[in-house]
Ligand binder design. Structure first.
Ligand SMILES: [Mn+2]
Length: 423
């Protein structure tokens, strides 16, 4: 039996209970059809680097059956997408996932109904045989020869992405300094700008350059693109094809990320998202596992800001997960992450915006909170499940993954000591 048939037969067993929950919820809402249509369209790109067990600098504990090459990573995302019908694209990391045979890789992805989202360059590590080292940075390096090498790599990544019909290059730099006095901030910024200008010039007409920021790690004194202001400064100087990418884990504790999102959207400079969750730093935990309320508030700003600019929620910006799983099955973790994103999105769609606007205008702070939290405290899971059902996905993706014994099957095929490439 094919996977989709197995999913359907599991769904049949759960259908009556689901119908009951869904109809109870739909009876309370005025916008069910609209929310369902938006949920069905909404897709989140799965990163090729999140399909194996992650680890920390202290150790890594593999789970078995990890994908050993790009084809197997595509198959894992294909399974995930078949289960939740919301992971219809992949974001590749170059050079971790360079396709040997582009046509074959395109065909494999196509067979699972997947496309390729933004490609990610990597100048935070040295690769075997690389002439010059990135130990002291890449695009900001004091030595122009190192900068040139890093620029060439990024242009090469664009070419790889073009072959896969990607439309964006995502750049995250680890460039920075560990000690005061190590670097001239202004010169580092200028070097970065000039390097990015060369990369920008190599972008195809319909491509974008997404600039990610991060306050610390691996450098612990200063990061050359340390926050959204520095990223936006670069994006504005580069031009209309450049924008700022927000990684939820790349903020200092208690940063008001929803406000950042609101203003970047206002400026037309929000490239997209790397979703994850964190307690302290760049913890890369399952989306919505620590602070689902913050995720909801971010989606409130996204929905409000995108509607203001008449942007298509599903396609106008990049939606990606950037997480790492140390103790969970990576596919289960990703299923949970996508679910958390869709729940937050659905809740944000339920906010009574006209009423909120009136309450804001009247400085009725109590009413404002009531309106937001009425949406947040609505259990939208039956709505998200119904959207999935209508796309022939599983009513309960994690449950289906377990009941169908998918990990055991993968482990039997790939081995219990298979280790994902690239991490
Ligand atoms: Mn990221």
């Amino acid at each position: 039996m094919q996977l989709t048939e197995k999913i359907q037969s599991l769904n049949e067993r759960q259908l009556a209970a689901h119908r009951h929950r869904f109809e109870f919820l739909a009876g309370q809402l005025s916008s069910t059809a609209d929310v369902l249509a938006k949920l069905r369209k909404f897709q989140v790109a799965i990163p090729s680097w999140a399909l194996g067990t992650g680890g920390t600098r202290f150790g890594r504990f593999s789970g078995g059956g990890e994908p050993r090459n790009l084809s197997e990573k595509i198959a894992d995302v294909g399974v995930l997408h078949a289960l939740n019908r919301s992971g219809g694209s992949m974001s590749l990391h170059i050079p971790w996932d360079v396709p040997d045979d582009v046509e074959a890789i395109r065909a494999e992805a196509g067979a699972w109904g997947l496309r390729f989202d933004a490609v990610n360059s990597n100048t935070f590590q040295d690769q075997p045989g690389q002439p010059l080292s990135y130990k002291f940075g890449s695009l900001h390096h004091v030595d122009s020869a190192v900068r040139k090498q890093a620029v060439r790599h990024n242009i090469e990544v664009i070419r790889q992405g073009e072959a896969l019909s990607s439309k964006a290059l995502s750049v995250w730099l680890s460039d920075g300094s560990n000690f005061p006095g190590q670097l001239n901030f202004r010169r580092a910024f200028q070097n970065t700008l000039e390097s990015l200008q060369e990369i920008y010039a190599a972008l195809p007409a319909d491509w974008q350059l997404w600039i990610e920021y991060k306050p610390f790690e691996p450098n612990f004194y200063a990061t050359t693109i340390g926050d959204w202001g520095q990223s936006l400064l670069l994006a504005n100087k580069l031009g209309p094809k450049a924008a700022t990418l927000v990684d939820l884990g790349h903020h200092l504790p208690n940063t008001n990320i929803e406000q950042i999102v609101s203003l970047l959207l206002m400026e037309g400079k929000l490239a997209g998202f790397h979703f994850n969750d964190s307690k302290y730093g760049d913890d890369d935990l399952t989306v919505g596992s620590i602070n689902p309320y913050q995720l909801f508030l971010i989606f409130c700003e996204l929905v409000e800001g995108m509607d203001q600019r008449q942007m298509d929620h599903a396609t106008a910006i990049g939606w990606m997960i950037d997480a790492s799983h140390n103790v969970k099955d990576p596919i289960e973790d990703l299923l949970q992450s996508v679910e958390a994103i869709k729940i937050a999105y659905a809740q944000a769609l339920l906010v009574d915006r006209p009423a909120l606007q009136v309450a804001q205008q009247e400085n009725d702070t109590v009413r404002c909170q009531e309106i937001l939290q009425a949406a947040y405290r609505t259990d939208v899971r039956p709505l998200v499940a119904e959207a999935r059902l209508r796309e022939n996905g599983a009513l309960d993706p994690v449950g289906a993954f377990r009941t169908l014994g998918i990990r055991n099957e993968l482990t039997a095929r790939r081995g219990s000591d298979a280790i994902a490439t690239g991490l």
